[in-house]
Design a protein around this ligand. Structure first.
Ligand code: GAR
Length: 211
């Protein structure tokens, strides 16, 4: 870890278990991720990830289901809170809501998502099950910038996984998570190091090699 890198300030959006959030917390604590998590926002009050954040001393914001009746209004609340916490990058980690203009406009090209399949295959909320049921021999994980279309923004990184004969869907899920927990912090570290570039007028992302 280079001493000159200024830690980037993250806001993490979750809806559930929060194992990707935990992977970030662990990497920050072990000194291999130059980031701070300024705020964790949950779309669900019962998200286990909220407990993980609290245990790590991270501030949290929980949105009631009713506020999502107006998704733009919900995102305005979230964007305002993230700005108040001086967040630079918004990291979706199992956040099962679409992000809208108030967040995308407040953080242009600075909203990330992780998806448990090789996009553009198996978009949506049940990607692991969908890929398993389809019988694919190779699947994987995608980290991408979010835009106003679900699971469609520029791809930053992907890692493939061979689906071995005889795996249950639970075994596939465990292997997917293992990759996610390594890939997402690695991508965030590349951002912190200023190695991630969105090519102008294209959807292509280039990551400079580690010096
Ligand atoms: C992860 O597998 C993530 O890729 C997926 O939800 C899981 C959240 O796990 N996200 C999506 O499916 C988004 N379409 P976690 O709460 O333990 O980090």
């Amino acid at each position: 870890m280079s001493k000159e890198i200024k830690p980037i300030k993250l806001g993490v959006l979750i809806s559930g278990n929060g194992t990707n959030l935990q992977a970030m917390i662990d990497r920050i604590q072990e000194g291999t991720l130059d980031a701070t998590i300024e705020l964790v926002v949950s779309s669900r009050p019962d998200a286990k990830g909220l407990r993980r954040a609290e245990k790590a001393g991270i501030q949290t914001l929980t949105l009631d289901k009713s506020i999502y009746a107006n998704p733009e209004q919900a995102d305005l609340v979230i964007a305002t809170e993230l700005k108040q916490h001086h967040v630079e990058y918004v990291v979706m980690a199992g956040y099962m809501r679409k992000v809208h203009d108030p967040i995308l406009a407040a953080f242009p090209n600075c909203v990330l998502n992780i998806h448990p399949a090789l996009l553009p295959s198996f978009k949506g909320a049940h990607a692991i099950q969908d890929a398993y049921d389809y019988g694919v021999k190779v699947t994987g994980v995608t980290v991408h910038f979010a835009n106003s279309d679900y699971d469609s923004g520029s791809i930053i990184a992907q890692r493939a996984l061979n689906v071995e004969e005889g795996w249950s869907v639970d075994e596939l899920e465990a292997h997917i998570h293992e990759i996610e927990h390594e890939l997402y912090p690695d991508v965030i570290e590349a951002l912190a190091q200023g190695r991630v570039h969105l090519e102008p007028s294209s959807r292509r992302v280039v990551i400079d090699p580690i010096q």
